[in-house]
Design a protein around this ligand. Structure first.
Ligand SMILES: Nc1ncnc2c1ncn2[C@@H]1O[C@H](COP(=O)(O)OP(=O)(O)OP(=O)(O)O)[C@@H](O)[C@H]1O
Ligand SMILES: [Mg+2]
Length: 242
């Protein structure tokens, strides 16, 4: 089964009364265990795509299916349930709970998803060990280095064993050492069978991916399978409709 299917997806935002066509008919699929990097110029719709796949926002048109479940027509509760079960998401700027310990940051998502605290905490400890943060469990996130903070954010995203791990510029806020740490981690997770969809500007970050999808003007220009993409209707128009 494909972990992700995106079919004919369009997303148009309204910005001060002006429609902004962020996605203009986008198709892609991801098989189980694939590690896909999405690349493309600023503003081409990468973060929009990730937000739609995460069910954080709805497409204007088209259909998205995660682990065989269509997100179309799901209400907020069902979407939240889908996210907890199938999606782990990592952002550029970590979004950690600063007032809580490292351990609690990883335990909480599973508790919220209905896992018993003791079990959630035990899985959180395993994840922290796996990600090399076992000795930081009692620390506050604030004492961690950038690379460690991002590894913690990844541990948190993995708390509910998601079908699909999404990452939007996960090394964008890190120095090169922190970036290497995080990349190495993605490589290991993929080797362990984790499906990963990662957005990046950086060819080095995309290098460990098994496939690179190149986007332009809200569409897939090259999906990395070697098959030609259909020509955009009307050529490459500017992304804001005047
Ligand atoms: N909430 C929003 N309201 C209005 N326009 C938006 C909104 N979010 C994104 N856009 C616009 O949609 C287009 C695609 O934005 P998106 O953030 O998906 O691009 P991106 O590829 O992630 O860019 P970057 O590489 O800079 O992060 C841009 O023109 C952007 O200005
Ligand atoms: Mg973006």
């Amino acid at each position: 089964m494909n972990v992700l299917e995106v079919r004919g997806v369009r997303k148009t935002y309204e910005s001060e009364g002006v429609p902004v066509r962020a996605l203009r008919g986008l198709d892609m699929t991801m098989a189980e265990g694939e590690f896909v990097a999405v690349m493309g110029p600023s503003g081409c719709g990468k973060s929009t795509l990730l937000n739609l796949v995460a069910g954080l926002d709805a497409p204007t048109e088209g259909e998205i299916t995660v682990a065989g479940e269509s997100l179309t027509d799901k209400d907020e509760n069902d979407l939240a349930r889908m996210r907890r079960r199938h999606i782990g998401i990592v952002f550029q700027f970590f979004n950690l709970l600063e007032g809580m310990s490292v351990l609690e940051n990883v335990t909480l998502p599973a508790v919220i998803a209905g896992t018993k605290r003791r079990q959630a905490e035990s899985r959180a400890r395993d994840l922290l060990d796996l990600l090399g943060l076992g000795d930081k469990a009692r620390s506050a996130p604030g004492v961690l280095s950038g690379g460690q903070r991002q590894r913690l954010a990844i541990a948190r995203a993995l708390a509910n064993a998601p079908t699909l791990l999404l990452a939007d510029e996960p090394t964008g806020a890190l120095d090169s050492e922190g970036g290497v740490e995080v990349l190495e981690l993605f490589r290991r997770l993929h080797a362990g069978g984790q499906a990963i969809l990662l957005v990046t500007h950086d060819e080095d970050v995309a290098a460990p991916a098994t496939r690179i999808i190149r986007m332009r003007d809200g569409r897939v220009e090259d999906d990395g399978t070697g098959k030609a993409q259909p020509e955009p209707v009307g050529g490459s128009a500017p992304s804001a409709v005047q």
